[in-house]
Design a protein around this ligand. Structure first.
Ligand code: 5RP
Length: 232
């Protein structure tokens, strides 16, 4: 049985998702995010498409692609679309003030970043638990790495000062992303961490494909609240 707390979180996600999906206009090329909030966005987009909304979409994960196709959302790819008008995605953490994000706990950060970078606007839909004052205060930072020599990449990340652990599946194997990479979870220092400099350092580390810091990319954040929605 679900608790009142998880019911409230689900309702908040749905409220944010419905508002976010309503921002899509006829004729737009849209990026569809990953995770449970994005799944609610995709459901709502599917409902609007069934009612006649005409869009083309690109998904940020195999799971979102599958859901979108089931809902008969017209899907495209970067061979046919070079620019997206709007991407709607979730986040693990949103830093108040800067709107800097941690993303990737659903394992989709690389495609999410590629899609967001190809997008004119990035709209993030979250429930209130995702708002933080300091990045990394609730979640670790997912970093996508090449499987070959990942042990050495983890060591380099630790040498940079990040406590780092390879993400494992429940059956004890390394978690593999849609891009066939591994994920390393890095603990961010909670005092004096410079997200821009830290992101550059991570990006410059051999073996790292991409990290889950999304800095200066967010256009708007919509937060589902019990009394309605709040837009930052
Ligand atoms: C996946 C992500 C998701 O957007 C993030 O994990 C939030 O997911 P949820 O909406 O389920 O809380 O970055 O890689």
């Amino acid at each position: 049985m679900s608790s009142p707390e998880s019911n409230a979180t689900d309702a908040a996600k749905r409220r944010a998702a419905v508002w976010a999906a309503a921002q899509i206009e006829d004729g737009m090329a849209v990026g569809l995010g990953s995770g449970s909030t994005s799944a609610l966005v995709i459901e709502e987009v599917g409902r609007r498409v069934a009612e006649g909304l005409r869009i083309k979409a690109i998904a940020t994960s195999e799971a979102s692609q599958k859901l979108a196709l089931e809902l008969k959302i017209p899907m495209s790819d970067f061979a046919h679309l070079t620019h997206l008008d709007l991407t709607i995605d979730g986040a693990d953490e949103v830093q108040e003030g800067t709107l800097y994000l941690i993303k990737g706990h659903g394992g989709a950060l690389l495609r999410e970043k590629i899609v967001a970078m190809a997008s004119g606007r990035l709209l993030i839909a979250v429930d209130p638990r995702k708002l933080v004052k300091t990045l990394g205060s609730v979640f670790t930072l997912p970093v996508e790495v090449v499987p070959f020599g990942f042990e050495t990449t983890v060591k380099r990340l630790r040498d940079l000062g990040f406590e780092s652990e390879l993400r494992m599946t429940d059956d004890g194997k390394p978690y593999v992303t849609d891009g066939q990479h591994y994920i390393v979870h890095c603990k961010l220092p909670q005092v004096g961490f410079d997200a821009v400099a830290g992101g550059e350092e991570l990006k410059g580390t051999v073996g790292v494909v991409e990290h889950g810091l999304f800095l200066g990319m967010t256009s708007k954040v919509v937060i589902g609240r019990p009394e309605g929605i709040e837009v930052l």
